[in-house]
Design a protein. Structure first.
Length: 250
């Protein structure tokens, strides 16, 4: 009968609705579970932060750096992503390598202490090994790997990794909130200040570029404190446009 037909159609529609609702619910639940597994920590300009990962690995993040990592490591490796600068003391686990992915190279370790400088916006890429051993892999797998020993570092020059000795151990004091410069050109020093403090610095008085500087600063004292000290031995004046976050050196 027509009545029976409508009843059967209504039942079928209800079953389809339940299936669709169940699928939608499962998808939402699945997506939520997936999205909640990754976390990101960001160290704001002029600051640093410390993180303890689920496996016991300790990470220090420098100014304007982001670390993305899972809430819990799964499978047979421990993988994190870094944009910026991080100092890692990796918990040893020979069965599960620890991998730091960056925009230019990946660093693979089993248990060690090392520093990675890898701001996506900056052309400089470096890894310095303090203890243990690491392997560095370019984004092109056919390029092979570069192995580092303690007190050595690797720098990316174009598409090539160059190996050398660590010259200044004081550099790594950024973990304690110190900016350390050793016989650095003022040009390079200003580039570092721009990177760490997230401020645009326009230099009209380019005569200061030929000078060099050695000194230590507390990161929390801010970029203007650094410029005021730098000004003691370098003749220049500066103005700061807070609205546009620009410092102009004249």
């Amino acid at each position: 009968s027509v009545h029976t037909l409508w009843v059967e159609m209504a039942k079928a529609a209800a079953v389809v609705a339940i299936v669709l609702l169940g699928t939608h619910y499962w998808d939402n639940k699945h997506q939520t579970a997936e999205s909640s597994t990754l976390q990101s920590i960001y160290a704001p300009a002029g600051q640093r932060t410390e993180i303890m990962l689920a496996d016991g690995t300790k990470v220090w993040l420098n100014s304007r750096s982001t670390l993305t990592f899972p809430e819990k490591f799964k499978d047979n490796n421990r993988k994190v992503k870094l944009d910026g600068e991080g100092y890692f003391v990796v918990a040893k686990n020979k069965e599960r390598p620890f991998i730091v992915e960056t925009s230019k190279c990946n660093v693979k370790v089993l248990g060690t202490e090392f520093n990675v400088l890898a701001y996506a916006e900056d052309s400089v890429w470096e890894t310095s090994l303090l203890k243990g051993a690491v392997e560095i892999q370019l984004s092109d797998p056919s390029a092979g790997v570069l192995k580092l020993e303690p007190n050595t570092m690797a720098s990316l020059k174009g598409t090539r990794l160059v190996k050398g000795r660590i010259k200044e151990s004081d550099y790594f004091l950024w973990r304690e909130g110190l900016l350390c410069f050793n016989d650095i050109s003022v040009r390079d020093m200003i580039e570092k200040l721009k990177l760490y403090y997230g401020v645009d610095i326009v230099v009209n008085n380019t005569s200061i570029f030929k000078n060099r500087y050695t000194g230590k600063f507390r990161t929390k004292d801010g970029v203007e404190h650094v410029l005021k000290v730098l000004r003691l031995n370098n003749r220049f004046t500066y103005t700061k446009d807070d609205e546009n976050n620009v410092i102009t050196i004249n």
